[in-house]
Design a protein around this ligand. Structure first.
Ligand code: ATR
Length: 300
């Protein structure tokens, strides 16, 4: 996959040389070469007959506002935003939706004539993924999120509260981070419990883990094939639904521990799909991109 730089955005001739379709959408990140977004979005554009190319654009930290300005000048429709730019993107938007404001992070941008509009589709992607893969509706459930100290964990935790979960158990190596998160999310409706990851072997904490309907890993622990599971084996039961936001590798130690206990499991690939679908619908309201995007993702 070609990875473009900001320099390529200095003229449409440079950007679109050798291509039949003009670049109109992008994913920005640093690095961005690994992103699955181009291979999901391009088939959906092609199927809908939209004359546009979706590109990968590497943007250095501190250059998000500049990237937005250049994309606007070139007539871009919008962009996706990935690590490490989701926070800078929020600041560079002139309007943001409630989800993005709650999370302090933007992953989808639409360049409208009157505004640069930011939104966050990660929570939506999570909700639809657990529904599709595990048959779970979040409302009224008890959800445990381990590794909730990072961006993905914060997004999912905030979405769980918005979706009306009854109990949210936040687990993290660094307790201070999830205590701050719990303080931000507290709304008097969802019971929020915070636990240090290194206490999860204690019988009381194991019991709490067993009380959850859904266990979710949002820690980056698991990205390396030999990473250990972020939760002790004793926390998993056959009654659990277990979701890992990691999809590469497809079966982390977290998933393997859940499988060994007889739990239902799913990895983060479907979340990637659904956050992308929601982004596409933001740019092209009324479109039905799911099937084409799923094929693009599976084919890659
Ligand atoms: P971000 O998503 O914001 O980039 P990150 O550094 O990738 O953040 O970390 C995401 C989550 O993975 C955090 O909850 C982090 O725990 P801390 O808050 O304690 O840093 C968790 N995490 C990363 N490496 C870990 C490890 N080796 N053991 C346990 N948790 C880990």
């Amino acid at each position: 996959m070609t990875v473009h730089s900001l320099n390529d955005l200095s003229s449409p001739d440079l950007l679109d040389a050798g291509h039949s379709k003009p670049a109109r959408l992008a994913v920005i990140g640093c690095p961005v070469g690994h992103s699955a977004s181009p291979r999901m979005h391009q088939p959906a554009l092609d199927e809908a007959g939209i004359d546009a190319r979706y590109i990968a654009l590497e943007v250095e930290p501190g250059q998000v506002a500049e990237a937005f300005a250049r994309m606007r000048d070139l007539g871009f429709i919008g962009c996706n935003v990935t690590v490490p730019h989701k926070f800078d993107a929020l600041a560079a938007c002139s309007e943001v939706d409630d989800a993005a404001r709650d999370l302090g992070a933007v992953n989808t941008v639409r360049f409208d004539p009157d505004a640069t509009r930011g939104s966050n589709t990660d929570g939506y992607g999570f909700e639809h993924a657990v529904k599709e893969t595990l048959g779970i509706e979040l409302s009224g459930k008890s959800v445990l999120i381990v590794g909730a100290g990072g961006g993905a964990g914060g997004a999912i935790a905030a979405h769980c509260v918005r979706a009306g979960v009854a109990r949210l158990i936040l687990v993290n190596r660094t307790l201070a981070k999830i205590e701050a998160l719990a303080g931000r999310l507290s709304n008097g409706q969802t019971e929020i419990i915070t636990l240090a990851a290194d206490t999860m072997g204690h019988p009381d904490q194991v019991k709490l883990a067993h009380s959850a309907d859904l266990l979710v890993n949002t820690a980056s622990l698991g990205l390396k094939p030999d990473d250990p599971s972020p939760l002790p084996d004793a926390c998993f039961t056959s009654e659990h639904c277990v979701f890992d936001t990691i999809y590469e590798p497809p079966r982390t130690s977290f998933i393997r521990a859940a499988e060994a206990a007889g739990a239902r499991t799913a990895n983060g690939k479907t979340m990637l799909l659904h956050q992308g679908v929601r982004a596409f619908e933001t740019w092209f309201p009324g479109s039905k991109p799911t099937a084409a995007m799923r094929r693009g993702l599976e084919g890659g």
